[in-house]
Design a protein around this ligand. Structure first.
Ligand code: FMN
Length: 309
């Protein structure tokens, strides 16, 4: 199974994504935080160097609503050799995104979505979409079926579905709790759209749920909060065991040191996710946070000071 690390603003930054690649290698696929197309058009170099290096393995997630701007943004990305896949955000319900008619809000205007998708379909890169199962609180099979038909007609072969509806004018936190998870409708989509690769997302946070998707021959799932809270989730639950965690982290740190922007606080933030559910995690957390240099961080792992479970 391939585990997609969900795009998460403030979490799946350059540092966290690379840590995940060093830990799990080709078992994971990572996505950048959402980047608005205008940032790529008007601030290309700064935006790209903030999120990627030339050895990038992550998918870039783009939000946009104006087909001309999307086209300009995609023309720039087409010439970036280290980006091979683009994901179009059609699910974010945040108020700022909503004000700009991006993400979930854009799906109120299917014709405009279609015009945006036409631009995506011209891209030389692999394109996927991330969307919600519905709009508003009520189950509405037509919403997802109409969009899946639209994606198909625009040659989008891969769709990540957050398996709960999105609600406009409801804050992002409540949007992750109030609408119910509806894997049943997702599985119905899977049966009715065999030509599109459908990847489930939403509350996939234990072995039972993963095994259940496995039973339906699903080879890819997307996980958000569980990974950002506990990067060793797959290892700790015996889903994908890591042989020598210290060496993986040493390789990660050595790699990060070659990146032009090295932010110690973000490196520390990424490393703290390793400690969740570990005995003595508080002690190790203090140790990592008290370091003054990256060399000091490195030496914690070189001396193998952490007892992994
Ligand atoms: C803090 C936070 C930031 C998020 N940022 C994004 C984002 O930039 N783009 C996006 O498509 N989804 C974003 N999401 C939604 C996640 O990608 C994912 O769909 C959602 O958390 C459900 O998956 P989970 O239950 O595994 O966490 C965000 C979620 C959280 C909690």
């Amino acid at each position: 199974m391939i585990f997609h690390v969900a795009p998460m603003m403030g979490y799946t930054d350059y540092y966290f994504r690379n840590l995940m690649h060093f830990l799990y290698e080709d078992k994971v696929k990572t996505y950048s935080e959402m980047i608005v197309d205008k940032a790529i058009i008007f601030n290309t170099e700064k935006t790209l160097t903030k999120h990627f290096c030339t050895l990038n393995k992550s998918v870039i997630q783009i939000a946009g609503s104006n087909p001309n701007e999307i086209s300009q943004c995609l023309n720039i990305i087409n010439n970036i050799p280290y980006i091979s896949e683009i994901n179009f955000n059609l699910g974010c319900p945040s108020s700022r995104v909503q004000e700009n008619k991006l993400g979930l809000a854009l799906t109120q205007y299917p014709e405009q979505v279609n015009n945006c998708l036409k631009e995506f379909s011209k891209s030389k890169k692999i394109v996927s979409v991330k969307c919600r199962l519905g709009l508003g609180l009520d189950e509405d099979q037509d919403y997802i079926y109409n969009f899946l038909n639209m994606f198909k007609s625009n040659n989008i072969g891969k769709v990540i579905i957050h398996c709960r509806n999105g609600v406009l004018n409801l804050n992002t936190k409540k949007n992750r709790t109030i609408p119910n998870i509806n894997y049943k409708l997702f599985l119905k989509c899977l049966k009715d759209f065999p030509d599109i690769q459908l990847i489930p997302n939403g509350e996939i946070n234990n072995l039972d749920i993963i095994n259940n998707f496995n039973k339906h021959n699903i080879t890819d799932v997307m996980i958000g909060r569980k990974f950002s809270d506990e990067s060793l989730f797959l290892h700790n639950n015996g889903i994908s065991k890591i042989n020598d965690i210290d060496s993986k982290v040493i390789n990660y740190l050595s790699f990060i040191l070659q990146y032009p922007i090295v932010k110690k606080n973000l490196i520390q933030k990424s490393l703290l996710t390793l400690l969740t559910n570990l005995k003595d995690s508080k002690k190790y957390k203090k140790k990592i946070l008290n370091t003054k240099t990256i060399d000091e961080i490195l030496s914690i792992f070189q001396k193998r000071e952490i007892i992994w479970s």
